[in-house]
Every structure is written in structure tokens, then in C-alpha cells.
Design a protein around this ligand. Sequence first.
Ligand code: ADP
Ligand code: ZN
Length: 589
Amino acid sequence: MSPAAEASAINEQLEEGLALLGYERFRPGQREAVETLIEEGRVLLVAPTGGGKSLTYQLPAVVLPGTTLVISPLIALMNDQVRALEERGIAATFIASTLSPDDMRERLSNLRRGQYKIVYVAPERLAFEGFRELLSQIDCPLVAVDEAHCISEWGHDFRPEYAQIGEMLALVRGSPRVIACTATATPVVRDEIVAKLGLGTDTPQHVRGFARPNLRLRAAEVSGKADRCRRVDALLAEALGGPGSDRGAAIIYSPTRRMAEEEAQRLIDAGWKAGSYHAGLSPNLRESVQRGFSNGSLEVIAATNAFGMGIDRSDVRAVIHLGPPGSIEAYYQEVGRAGRDGRDAWGLMLSAPNDMPRRRRLLESDMDGRAPDPRVIEHKWNLFLELMRWAEGGSCRHDAILRYFGDEAEALGGCGRCDVCESLDQTEQDAEEVSLLVRKALSGVARVQHKFGLNAAAKLVRGAKDERLQRAGLDQLSTYGILKEHSEDWLTRLLRRCVTAGWVGFTGGEHPLVFLTEEGITVMKGERPARLVLPPAHRPEASESRMARKRKVVASAEFSPDAKRLFDELRAWRLQLSKDEGVPPYVIA
Ligand code: ADP
Ligand code: ZN
């Protein structure tokens, strides 16, 4: 039988195998991942925890002849999975150092005789000579690597034993199929997994299940503390109504412990049932805050990122960040704690001009007396810059995150509910004009692609004097100076937004070169509309909707000293009245 015919014969048995495992139907993405594995022999599957990744190796294990090996670091989990498989009548076991010598001997000998369909193996086993020898003797059609990010030195969960898996794969007789599963999605880590397993850069990567369309994502730059508080209050009012209105809970993430405590106190003063949470509190206190949050006696928690594990409320209506966390991934994980019940929920990330230098200092600061590895600093810095680029925005926030994770299949072409989508609907930005501008900018990219970076593209359309452009003869093109009425800085920002929108990509390497993506080509040709918010002419207004801009103008209007005093008195009076009446301040005025 040809390999293709064999694959399709196997694929026909998948429904049967699914029933054997006790499932009625596939969840979205599962069938595709299994079929790709069967047909192409390799796949990297990225899906959130609870996304149903186990099925994608258990099912082929049931259908393929021979014994499938599953490498997993979680021994407690292995036990559960093996029991569940046995209950379904599927011969399974696990091998880990927790076994008694007798058990170990028996299981290894059963494995040698081909008596199991699935064997879970703890990674440290791979170092044992006896086990390695066994690998060349058994009939193994598939190796699954669970928690595959443990192979990555950049990841948060590096396990040295995982480094041996690539070598181990070479020992297994008759090149088995390989599936690697992880919930960790950064592109760097994914590429590293594929490389270290020796699977080849063309290994299909399936990324699914990251879409959270019920989240209304927003990001804004704030000018100072007063501005920040105002935005927090406005969002709490929008998401929860007011204190005590029993519409769910909110989490406010703070960059520092002190800020978490101050914010909690401020909210208590404003009438909220609020508490703070961070690693510096006593275990008792932490537990009581956690309990208060779970049982609903607290409605707002101001916390550092130590607050997260074991959040079991599905009615978190808002997650607010007082400052940006370290990466898009960290942000998405934290904001993802909102709206687990599938109903409307809000995510607001605030940033201030000094967040960038603060993050840099944090990355460079010594950890227990040792200076961190400069490569690690650069790596983390780039992850942070990705988040800042996302905050600067320009295109749908929901789609931009999915694109970052590589989950293109679930992008919505504009979610319609993030701040960028809303401002696209509201602004009088002339769509034709924007389209033309973007198309011109992209034509600049087309001229320098695979030769130069983003700055050269900006210089080209700006018509800037530049030796490199001249040497390449690019200053002779009609594209040269096609957007000369705009500043180089503004054009660079426009192009960055084209990157976030997925129209311009970068090649890897030390000096990343730009190129137009397939989507970018269709936008350049005018076959697809350019849905983009243009960068503002002045920086501080970055990524604000028109409404927000109007509000800001009102709020920052200069008061005379007398007026300021009056304003403060009125505000204090309003707060007092709101407490007496038990309603939020905005209800009064
Ligand atoms: P992951 O490994 O991605 O964290 P699991 O494989 O443990 O997730 O699956 C999470 C839960 O979803 C399990 O209880 C599993 O039985 C269930 N599940 C997975 N696939 C299906 C399916 N097709 N139909 C119904 N339930 C499923
Ligand atoms: Zn959107």
C-alpha cells in the first residue's frame, strides 16, 4: 500500500477509535491534528490546558499497531490517564521511578513483549541504558511528547531530562511518528521545541483554542496617577456597576506589592469590598483573601501576579493591569481569568511612559547576586517589546494576539468589541484615504523586502537621503518619496502597525529583514481593505478611541487654583454622599 493510501485507511478508523475512548465527537481542531500526524508523521500541537490534547495521541495510539510511548513529566497525571484507559479496556501502563523494583521489572518485560497499547514514561527513564536498549527492540509507531515546552531553555519550566528526547527518538526502531503537545505558545519556544526534537523546520504546527471572543480588550496610555485611577474607576463601573451590586468580581494586577496595597485601600475607601494579595503577605492572610474572593465576600482584588493559581470564580468581569506585565503570553494568561463563564468581560491594560525603562532595569537587575545572562535579557526584552507594540495597536487586539500565537484559524477579521475595532467604527477616518496610504507604504516594503529592514522601507517612501538606498539604486524608483508629506518617524510607526496587522513579516536572524505576507500582498493590490487605525500625529494619544480622547480633553482642562479647590471639595462631598447612600459616586454626579 502507498503511504497515502495507508494514511487514508488509518483515518477511516478514527471514528471507531474515538468511540472506543468514550467520546462522541471531536472537538474543534482535534481531527485535523490527528490526521496531520497520520499523514505527515509529525505535528506540534499547541492548545490551552484542558483543550483536549491527550486525545490527539491516545486516538492514534489505539488505531495504530504497536506500542505508543508518551513522555510526560507529570507522574500524578499519568496515573489518572492510565486508569481511565484501562477502564475502557485499553492496555496501558506507566513507567517512573516511583515504582517498586518488582513492578518495574514486570512492566518492562510486558513492554518488551508488546502487551501494551500505550505506555507513559517519565523523562528521567531515558537516561537508563537498559531502557534505551529496549527502545530499539519494541514496535513503536508513535512517540508523544507532552508538556513539550519543558525542552526549551527559554521557557519557564526547563527540564534537563527533556534534552535527551531528540536523541532518544533516533534510538526507536523504524522512525516512529512524533507529536509534541504544549500549552505554551510563544513562537520562539515553539521553534525551539521542533528544533530540539530534530523534527525539521517544516513540521506542521497546529495552534488552536486561544480565541476568547467574549473579552473586550482595551489598552491605554495614562498620563499619571489621577488619570490611572479615573480609568480604573470607569472600567469597574462599566463592568460591575458599583460596589455591592453583585455583578461579579474584578482583579487588578499591580506591578509592585506596594501599589497593590495602595490600590486596594483606595478602592475600600470608595466603598468596594476589596482586598490585596501578594507574596509578601502571611500565608494566613493570603488564604483568607483567596477565600473571600472565592465565596464572594470580596468583589475586587488588587494583587501582584502571585494571584492566579486556583482562581475558581468564573464570573470575573474585569481584569485590569495597572502596568504592563512581561510579555503578550503573560498578559493573555492573566486577562484570560476574566469571563470564564463565556459572558461579556473586560480587559484593560494601562501603561505609562516610564514602564519601558522600569522593565529594562528589572531585567538587568542582579538575581541573587549574579548578573543575568545578556542573551536572556535580550530575549525577555523582545518579548516585552512585542507587548508594547500590541498596546500601541492599530488593528484588532483580539486578532493581533491570535496572530502572535499563530492561531490564525480563529482570527475574526476584527472582533468588533475591542477599543481598536470600536474606534475604527466611530472615527471619521476616511477608509479610502487610509487604504491608499497603507498601500503606498506596503509598496515601499515590496521594494526593499528580503534586502533591508523596516527603517529602510520608511526612508524609501519618505524619500530620505540614505546612502544604502542610493547604493541599491532605490532612490531612482517611483516609490521613492511617495509619502514624503509624512515624517520618517510617523511612517515607521505606520509600518509597525502593518506588522501587528499581519501584512508585513520579518525574516529571523540578527538583522531582521522585512517582507510582505500573503495577506499584505492582497492589501497592497487593493483586493482586501486595510482596516487600520493610523498612528496619531502626537505620541501621547496612542491607541485611544475618539471618545476617550474627548473625555481626556475635558478631564485635563486647566483649573485655576480656586476652581481646583472647589472641584476637590465637591468631589469629596460626592464621595461622602455616595457612601451614605450606598451607591457609586458616579450615580450622584
Ligand atoms: P489537555 O491535555 O489539553 O490539558 P485533556 O486532554 O486532559 O486536556 O482534556 C481535557 C478534558 O476534555 C478531559 O476531561 C477530556 O476527557 C475532555 N475531552 C477531550 N476531548 C474530548 C472530546 N472530543 N469530547 C469530549 N470530551 C473531551
Ligand atoms: Zn477587535
